[in-house]
Ligand binder design. Sequence first.
Ligand code: DC
Length: 214
Amino acid sequence: MQIIHIAIDGPAAAGKGSVALGLSKALGIPCLDTGAIYRAIALFAYRNGIDNFVGKLGEANISAKIINNSTHVFIGKEDVTKSIRENEVSQTASKVATMKPVRDYATKMSKDLAKGQSLIAEGRDICSVVLDKAKYKFYLTADNETRARRRHAELTEKGKQIPYEQVLEEIIERDTRDKTKGGLVQVPDAVVVDSTKMTVDQVIEHMLKHVHGK
Ligand code: DC
C-alpha cells in the first residue's frame, strides 16, 4: 500500500487542526497534532521548573498516541490531553519550543509516529523537518485579527473570559517567537492558503483539489 504524507504548517489559530481533521475524514488518513507534544513538554516544564526540566526530559516518559483521530498525550501514565489546552500552556509551549533538546525530543516522537503509515501532520516545522519529504505541503495562514477572533470565540465557548485584545497580543507574541526562535518556517514548495476570507470547508475543499490533482 502506498504511504501518503501530508504536511501542514502555519501560525497559531490559523485553523490547522480543523482542516487536518477534515482532510483526515475525506481521505481516511489519521492526523497528528504535533503542537500537543510541545504542550505536553511545556506542562512537564511547568511542573518541574522551566530552568530545570531539560535534564529530566530523558526520564519524563512523554508519549503521544492517535486515538479516534485525536492526539492524546501522556506524561508517564497520566493522560494530560485536556490540561495542555489551558491558555498559559500555549505561551510556555512556544517558549520551550525554542530549546534545541525540546525540538529534538518532539521531532523524534513525531517522526516515529509517521513511520510506516500514511499521516496528516500539522504544526510549525512539518514541511521543513518532520515530514520534509512529504508529497503534499501546505502553509495555512490568516491575518492576525481573524486568528485572534477565532481563538477568542473558541475560548469564550469554553467559558474562558479573556479580553479580545489580550488574545490578539498573545497570538502576535507567540508567532513572533515561533518564527524567530522556534520552528515556524514557510518552505518554498508549500502551497500557501490564506483562510482569512474562507470557511473551514472551503479550505478543505481547496486542499483536496491539490491532493487529487497532483
Ligand atoms: O499548534 P499549537 O498552538 O498547539 O502549538 C503550541 C506551540 O508549540 C507553538 O506556539 C509552537 C510549538 N510548536 C512547534 O514549535 N513546532 C511544531 N511542529 C508544533 C508546535
